[in-house]
Design a protein. Sequence first.
Length: 82
Amino acid sequence: MDSNGNEHREAVREVIETEVKNLINEEMRKAAQDLADEQKKAIRQIVEEQKIAINAVVEEEKKAIWTRLEELRKSIVKIGLG
């Protein structure tokens, strides 16, 4: 085979190699983006769960305040100050 044939084969090999590398890099980029998206989704879920838990505690504390207020009213009435 002459040198032109070898040069042609080498050029084709380089083009194919470059294309394969580009495709692999694109797939790696997509996979990294998928992982980042999944991580963001998990973080949002955790934040939402924490918001729900915090709001539940706040509501319980509000109820406790009003319960304690009613107990104080009853105590005041009981001792004759009300």
